[in-house]
Design a protein around this ligand. Structure first.
Ligand code: ASP
Length: 335
């Protein structure tokens, strides 16, 4: 029996019949979305960090494709400050009509709930999750001439020089802050933290040797790594990433607790009508299926969510789980 893609020919015919039967339903879904009179003007997508960082990169990449589907321009607005939490506070209180959105992540919509003092919003209550955009694994990066050759030397060196070593991050609501906080706690080190308005500018400081190390999302690190301008010690994931196959996992390097799932998602203010959320979700999904988006994201080490990971429910669960995880980190444990 001829097999293709792991399915027998008979199975393939059955799948085709089911697909034909479902087709009208899918067409109805699309018809339903097309009948929603949204958007009626430019959609603003807020990015809580400076231009050129990983959050900005993903937002602009996907916004271009979403605009084609939605038939209205999408304007990216970088609102800086308070480690991404100022932007999130603004969008949490924006008019819930779908025309103001935010690209948040496991920092602004997860760890910030536990690590950021006096947060002006509740990540799990003040937003309508729209869709997961990407997962961007976190790398431990250092300036090119930082003395430690590997993770073992890194731990010893940072411990013995902790008074004059600095670590860059993008503020309390950032992935970079939460990730290196966890790492520093696991290693028992306490370097001087240097905040930036995003890991775009922080990366430039690392390349210029103005800061010693940083925990950043892979899409921001790959170009500088490929040009040998910085170095990477480990990736905080269960597996190596094909964009940087030479970088060992933290577990391989003896720090198994250094695991970060740096997801990035699109959020609307709480109260945005479900049909509008559904239309935005469909536009994200279509963008993620475009080869330009997939190629660019994966080339930079990002992970494109599969269709089964793109529902608002999946993103809502990620927010919930992240808040729980960082609540225990804030209390001193290292789950
Ligand atoms: N996503 C980065 C962080 O959270 C900041 C940025 O995108 O610039 O550290």
């Amino acid at each position: 029996m001829k097999r293709f893609g792991g399915v027998s020919a008979a199975g393939g015919i059955a799948i085709a019949i089911v697909a034909l039967w479902l087709a009208p339903a899918r067409a109805t879904d699309q018809d339903r979305l097309d009948q929603i009179d949204f958007p009626v003007r430019t959609v603003t997508v807020v990015v809580p960090f400076a231009r050129g960082g990983p959050t900005d990169t993903v937002a602009r990449l996907i916004a271009v494709e979403m605009a084609k589907t939605l038939g209205q321009p999408i304007e990216i607005e970088n609102i800086l400050g308070a480690g991404g939490t100022l932007a999130a506070t603004r969008v949490a209180h924006a008019t819930p009509d779908g025309h103001t959105l935010i690209v948040g992540h496991m920092g602004t919509h997860g760890s910030a709930a536990a690590l950021s003092p006096k947060l002006g919003y509740r990540p799990d209550k003040d937003f309508e999750p729209v869709a997961l955009l990407a997962e961007m694994p976190v790398l431990l990066l250092a300036r090119r001439d930082f003395p430690p050759k590997d993770m073992t030397e890194f731990k010893t060196f940072v411990k013995s020089h902790t008074d004059n070593i600095n670590v860059a991050h993008a503020g309390f609501g950032s992935v970079s802050y939460a990730s290196c906080l966890l790492l520093d706690r696991l290693l028992g080190v306490d370097p001087t933290a240097v905040p930036f308005s995003g890991t775009g500018p922080a990366m430039q400081a690392l390349i210029d040797g103005q800061v010693d190390y940083m925990c950043d999302q892979i899409v921001n690190a790959v170009p500088a790594l490929r040009e040998d301008k910085i170095k990477a010690y480990v990736i905080a994931s269960a597996e190596r990433d094909s964009a940087v196959p030479q970088v060992p996992t933290a577990a391989e390097a003896g720090v198994p607790g250094f695991r970060i799932a740096a997801w990035t998602g699109l959020f609307a203010p709480r109260g945005t009508p479900e049909p509008i959320v559904a239309k935005l979700n469909a536009a994200v999904s279509r963008a993620l299926d475009q080869s330009e988006v997939r190629t660019r994201l994966t080339d930079l080490g990002g992970i494109v969510p599969g269709p089964e990971q793109r529902s608002p429910v999946v993103l809502a669960q990620l927010v919930h789980d992240e808040i729980t995880r960082w609540g225990s980190v804030a209390k001193g444990s290292t789950p």
